[in-house]
Design a protein around this ligand. Structure first.
Ligand code: HEM
Length: 171
């Protein structure tokens, strides 16, 4: 696959995942081109997942719990081993990314441009086991920080699409 078509495929998968989680707020999460007035009206009618979670501090709490669990739980040792010794940078990046993905501020895109998540994960061997560890770790973190069952289910379904798309080895 050429770089261009891989990027397009990346965009499509991320768009698809975003559609599921943020609904009308998707535009601002993916390309930053939101009409201010329309966006405000739509947001008033339908809260974004970012708002439902409770904003930036709660997203940070979720990400911190996710990486704490990755560090602590033996069942996530394989996933942990893919990450650098200090995960401070990983925490910041996932936090910035999730803020935008959930329909909040586009911190990640402002710093790094288009997420191109699949391309950014190509240096790491990701198969079914890594995908499932990532998903279990996130599910546990969502439970631990007390997200409502409804929101957990909705977010996990959408995240699964993204995590599955990240697989790059046949095992
Ligand atoms: C499917 C299993 C996954 C594995 C094994 C995995 C693993 C990794 C690793 C090892 C890094 C590098 C960390 C660092 O350099 O500090 C990373 C970066 C990142 N991951 Fe994942 N990840 C997975 C899924 C996801 C998902 C589903 C998302 C988003 C919802 C995500 C978002 C990110 C972001 C935003 C970065 C930073 C990218 C960059 O700027 O370099 N990852 N991931």
């Amino acid at each position: 696959m050429s770089d261009v078509s891989r990027q397009n495929a990346d965009t499509a998968a991320e768009q698809q995942a975003n559609d599921k989680v943020t609904g009308s707020a998707t535009d601002s999460a993916t390309d930053g081109a939101t009409d201010g007035a329309t966006g405000a009206t739509e947001q008033a009618a339908q809260p974004t997942a970012y708002e439902l979670i409770g904003g930036e501090a709660r997203v940070r709490e979720l990400v911190d719990r996710f990486y704490d669990l990755m560090d602590l739980e033996p069942q996530f040792a394989g996933l942990r081993a893919l990450h650098p010794p200090s995960m401070d940078g990983s925490r910041d990046k996932l936090f910035w990314f999730l803020c935008g993905w959930l329909g909040g501020p586009n911190h990640f895109i402002e710093r790094f441009g288009h997420p191109r998540l699949r391309a950014r994960h190509l240096p790491f061997e990701i198969g079914i086991s890594e995908r499932d560890q990532w998903m279990r770790c996130m599910a546990m973190a969502m439970h631990d920080v007390g997200l409502s069952e409804d929101l957990q289910m909705r977010l996990l379904q959408a995240l699964f699409q993204t995590a599955d798309w990240m697989r790059n080895v046949a095992r």
